[in-house]
Design a binder for this molecule. Structure first.
Ligand SMILES: [Ca+2]
Ligand SMILES: [Ca+2]
Ligand SMILES: [Ca+2]
Length: 351
């Protein structure tokens, strides 16, 4: 009889453990599914608007900047701006309302809010549509974004930079914001290795990462165990661009620029051949005349640069990085001799 009771007890315990682990698996699966859906929603938003929304960091009526503050109300899912394209704070919650998602999409499988952070530094500020580019963001040099650490199973680490971070604070939920807009306490342990703490907003110092001072420890992803249960999801700049291309939601800006340069070049030749003031003396337009010939604003919102040398000319777009004299510049260029030769074939003498 006693043996049967003990056995029944063991079986009951096993059943409970099994049920608990199934619930955990369901919550974990729901969390991952939402993170993937949020990635798609963010890419769709970026394709449509050419920027990503700042985090939700305060209730509607509040004007708090520089920290997360829901003391005056619960999270409203609305992105918060300090001024212009500057976020009220870099770290916050998913702005589900801007993304046209239901409120529950901002919360993980344990009903705590995800932590959301989007790159709003330089270069390539993702919250600023005037900095938008469809070019892969790590192809021309150092990838930019927030520092990120992957802890490998053998405890070695791999560092990278990521543009968007979506952290679920996992089953223990420590440090996550909850339905009431409060933060689940205590915060994760701050002593080494402090991996969960690295993923947590600290209200005492109002810090996580900032574009100008990325000094707090990088966000961390690692295998889930007894002391680390955060489900950390990242999107790199290249993944954003790949998503835009998959969705076909952006024009090919480099192809547009190439077409534009060809049109500008034709307009310059047209001026040189037909301008009644100068014909048949063959003169290039002045810079002021150049600016009125045709559209001289490139697809990235920058004015084309025009230089001449004799009868030769060069027209240059600063390219996707909007910076002059870098590897991604696009240009058309004709030497003095080439222009004279081409004009000569049309019976126009350049001298
Ligand atoms: Ca808000
Ligand atoms: Ca956690
Ligand atoms: Ca450039």
């Amino acid at each position: 009889m006693a043996v049967v009771t003990v056995l029944a007890g063991i079986m009951l315990t096993m059943g409970l453990k099994l049920a608990t682990s199934q619930m955990d698996n369901a919550a974990y699966g729901a969390t991952r599914k939402k993170q993937e859906a949020l990635k798609d929603a963010l890419i769709a938003f970026l394709g449509k608007n050419q920027y990503l929304p700042c985090p939700d960091t305060r209730p509607l009526a509040s004007t708090t900047t520089g920290k997360i503050d829901f003391s005056a109300g619960v999270p409203d899912g609305a992105s918060d701006i300090k001024t212009g394209y500057i976020c009220a704070f870099e770290t916050g919650l998913i702005p589900y309302s801007n993304l046209s998602l239901s409120p529950d999409m901002a919360r993980d499988g344990w009903e705590n809010y995800f932590t959301y952070q989007v790159w709003n530094g330089s270069p390539g500020d993702l919250t600023d549509p005037t900095k938008f580019t469809d070019t892969p963001r790590s192809s021309t040099g150092t990838p930019y974004g927030y520092p990120f650490t992957q802890v490998n199973p053998d405890n070695t680490t791999t560092s990278s930079k990521v543009s968007v971070i979506i952290v679920s604070h996992g089953k223990n939920g420590l440090g996550a914001f909850n339905l009431k807009g409060g933060q689940n306490l205590p915060l994760p342990d701050a002593t080494a290795p402090a991996y969960e703490r690295a993923n947590t907003y600290d209200p005492a110092s109002a810090t996580k990462h900032s574009p100008t001072a990325p000094t707090p420890t990088p966000y961390v992803r690692k295998e889930i165990n007894d002391t680390f249960d955060d489900v950390v999801f990242t999107i790199t700049g290249d993944e954003l661009v790949a998503g835009l291309r998959r969705d076909k939601t952006v024009p090919n800006m480099s192809a547009q620029a190439t077409d534009q340069l060809a049109m500008v070049q034709d307009a310059i030749f047209g001026f040189l051949i037909t301008n009644p003031t100068f014909n048949p003396h063959c003169r290039l337009p002045t810079n002021a005349q150049f600016l009125t010939l045709t559209s001289t604003t490139d697809p990235w919102g920058q004015t084309l640069r025009y230089t001449t040398s004799g009868f030769g000319f060069t027209v240059t777009s600063n390219g996707p990085d909007r910076t002059p004299s870098t590897a991604d510049d696009l240009s058309v260029s004709y030497t003095d001799a080439t222009v004279q030769g081409m004009a000569g074939k049309l019976g126009v003498n350049c001298y």
